[in-house]
Ligand binder design. Structure first.
Ligand SMILES: [Fe+2]
Ligand SMILES: [Fe+2]
Length: 176
């Protein structure tokens, strides 16, 4: 399997979960389980994708604007997810937010699988795409165990220029 297939597989899974969520009635308690499940798919996917795939693209001669646009859409989707988690606990109308999240992710995935994949296919060999897949799958379960604060800090670190990001990671590791 290569990184493109791995990412696509995740995209389909999240899309199915979001469609299922949107189809629930307002008072269906199954939403608590689904929202948790969406979080457990979405956040590890996004962090590992940034760290392995986006940052490899930033290191080669790819269109940086396309990659940063991807980062920005991750941030937007995660803000919607947080809103959804809070609304849901307060028993507020959560459905409109769930629909917004589904649509935002559908839009992001569409751009990712066309524009970002095209940049990557031009930049990486088949072997590199396979190696990235392995690294991506190994990183995801580690991210899933981490809390909200670490997930958020990691997003910011992923967006930094590599030499700065490495420095901050080293500081973080020496404190851990
Ligand atoms: Fe993705
Ligand atoms: Fe993405």
């Amino acid at each position: 399997m290569d990184i493109y297939e791995a990412l696509k597989k995740d995209h389909e899974e999240v899309n199915e979960l979001l469609n299922e969520l949107v189809s629930l009635k307002e008072d269906d308690d199954y939403r608590y389980i689904l929202i948790d499940e969406i979080r457990n798919h979405l956040i590890p996917h996004a962090r590992a994708e940034e760290s392995i795939f986006y940052n490899a693209l930033r290191a080669v001669n790819a269109d940086k604007k396309v990659v940063f646009h991807g980062f920005q859409e991750h941030l937007e989707a995660e803000t919607l997810l947080r809103t959804l988690q809070v609304m849901d606990k307060m028993n507020m109308d959560w459905k409109a937010t769930a629909e917004k999240l589904r649509d935002a992710i559908a839009h992001h995935v569409q751009e990712e699988e066309t524009e970002i994949f095209a940049e990557a296919r031009a930049a990486f060999t088949a072997e590199e795409a396979e190696a990235m897949c392995e690294a991506f799958e190994q990183l995801k379960p580690k991210i899933e165990q981490e809390g909200f604060v670490k997930n958020t800090v990691d997003m910011v670190i992923n967006m930094m220029p590599p030499r700065l990001a490495d420095k901050i990671r080293t500081i973080g590791e020496s404190r851990a």
